[in-house]
Write a protein that binds this ligand. Structure first.
Ligand code: 13P
Length: 247
């Protein structure tokens, strides 16, 4: 099963119209491996502008969305609005949504179901905290998070699963290739046992957490690492090297 390498840039709450447009223009000019799918997670207010600036071969993602289409939900955005601005993906269940904004597994599951029903692709994130890893509960934590996601997916064709250990995000402590491979392999086995063999072999499982130009190649060489979700380095020129990490 050939899984197309997938690299997402998660710009988080960084940049402004000028700097992000310049970044998009520089990506348009860069030499990018055509076999890699590339998606940019822009701040919601810039999705429209970034979509108009980026070459159409690149995807645009929202960094979050709500679980219904319209209504009295001050400050929220819906998949319908995201699509209206030209984006086709949404990042859901990111650790910052879980741990800074207190999003529950249940809410994340509902968002996944609604986003998929509206036709958006979903980059669904899971990952353990440092104390959970140190307590030896990594598998339990990521399997439980994945179950809430899986229970809300009918068609896995538009789902990318992102393993992002919380202790690696924004810390400069990239998981070792072995650590990433170990969890990715277990997640794929979980999908095989709990969803289907076909889904397990076709779903892209990408790694996120302090991926850099220096760490990406070895990680990309792991057989169950199908790409990356990149925060800090996606705002830098080295992001091109990360996109092109797969040999
Ligand atoms: P960093 O690459 O900055 O560690 O962020 C990872 C991340 O959270 C991507 O979603």
């Amino acid at each position: 099963m050939v899984r197309k390498f997938f690299v997402g840039g998660n710009w988080k709450m960084n940049g402004n119209k000028k700097s992000l447009s310049e970044l998009a223009c520089s990506i348009n000019k860069a030499k990018i491996n055509p076999d890699t799918e590339v998606v940019f997670g822009a701040p919601a207010v810039y999705i429209d502008c970034i979509r108009q600036t980026l070459d159409c071969k690149y995807g645009v993602a929202a960094q979050n969305c709500y679980k219904v289409a319209t209504g009295a939900f001050t400050g929220e955005i819906s998949p319908a609005m995201i699509k209206d601005c030209g984006a086709t993906w949404v990042i859901l269940g990111h650790s910052e949504r879980r741990h800074v904004f207190g999003e529950s597994d249940e809410l994340i599951g509902q968002k996944v179901a609604h986003a998929l029903s509206e036709g958006l692709g979903v980059i669904a994130c899971v990952g353990e905290k440092l104390d959970e890893r140190e307590a030896g509960t990594t598998d339990k934590v990521v399997f439980a998070q994945t179950k809430f996601i899986a229970d809300n997916v009918k068609d896995w064709a538009k789902v990318v699963l992102a393993y992002e250990p919380v202790w690696a995000i924004g810390t400069g402590k990239t998981a070792t290739p072995q650590q990433a491979q170990e969890v990715h392999e277990k997640l794929r086995k979980w999908l095989k046992d709990n969803v289907s063999e076909a889904v397990a072999s076709s779903v892209r499982i990408i790694y996120g957490g302090s991926v850099t130009g220096a760490t990406c190649k070895e990680l990309a060489g792991m057989c169950d690492v199908d790409g990356f979700l990149v925060g800090g380095a996606s705002l830098k020129p080295e992001f091109v090297d990360i996109i092109n990490a797969k040999q």
